[in-house]
Write a protein that binds this ligand. Sequence first.
Ligand SMILES: NCCC[C@H](NC(=O)CCC(=O)O)C(=O)O
Ligand SMILES: NC(=O)OP(=O)(O)O
Length: 349
Amino acid sequence: MSINLFPAKAVQGELIKYSQIGNKQFKIFTKAGDVVDIDALANKGLKYKANPFLDELKGNHVRVGLLFLNPSMRTRMSTQVAGRNLGMDVIVFNIDKEGWQLEFGDGVVMNGNKAEHIKEAAPVLGSYFDILGIRTFPSLQNRAEDYSESYISEFIKYCGVPVVSLESATRHPLQSLTDIITMKESLAQQPITPGKKLKIVHTWAPHIKPCPQAVSNSFCEWVNAWGKADFVVANPEGMDLAEEFTKGATVTHNQEEALEGADFVYVKNWSSYDWKGEYGKNYDAPDASSWLLTLDKLKNTNNAKVMHCLPVRRGVELTDEVLDSDHSLITTEAGNRVWAAQAVLSELL
Ligand SMILES: NCCC[C@H](NC(=O)CCC(=O)O)C(=O)O
Ligand SMILES: NC(=O)OP(=O)(O)O
């Protein structure tokens, strides 16, 4: 169902591949497949964490535009900080609130409330900036449309400059790179027993409303591509993510079994990919709240660290007792968003 955004090819020594976009070749960062070596890119992020101004002149006179069609705190702020650490000029545009409403459809007669077409908006923005970032959430109404990633693809096609995804309909690659960085950092500080295989568990969590699958899809895609762990995805029956993302992981509907011996537990709600034949629905069956992670459940893990992309709803998606415990890596993880963004922006230059 989903399209492989663009075929990409690697150049020696560079960690992000070049993609053929129309008759041009440039780098885009939208998915794990755009990266040559995930571990090396994560190391680059950790290098910037140790020395934020290592490349402070590298981005001199480089202009970065960050476009948001949806809310954001971490992505918006961390990517600005990252760009400034590299000496770049970064400008944020809340295009949904401050710009004209955008039409993405081909051949549409624009006699409604959308005043500007992506075919004009994207090249104009591409003429102002050297690198563009865009956040476009899914509608959660139409699976085929969301999984075609048409918004970010159209944007990339027409803007003519390197693009970094700030979370698209089905993926959140800056988050996933951050998550790998955070696990590597944690393992360096507290190594697991020699001989024990690293175990990462991604568990579904309850929510009051349907959330995108993007963070979870990406986490699966990146952990699988990273290839350093036994990886288990646990969710209620019927709530499996798309197989193209989980392929390579063990998918189970038994959370207790999944948590056994886990080193990292990544918590996130996602709405249905295909629950009772429906897409984008909040799983609200009677057993939903039994999926809430508690300190008691963590006793069965290898003193696991708990992760979440944030924002998190306390008492709904995660308990206060877990969030406020030493298990939680969550604010460190959010802090690491800067270093992931800095590694990516540096590679896009
Ligand atoms: N960018 C990180 C997560 C964004 C989004 N969260 C949300 O929609 C939470 C909304 C709320 O709790 O009202 C998601 O799940 O993909
Ligand atoms: N994790 C994350 O992407 O947070 P924001 O939505 O606040 O950017």
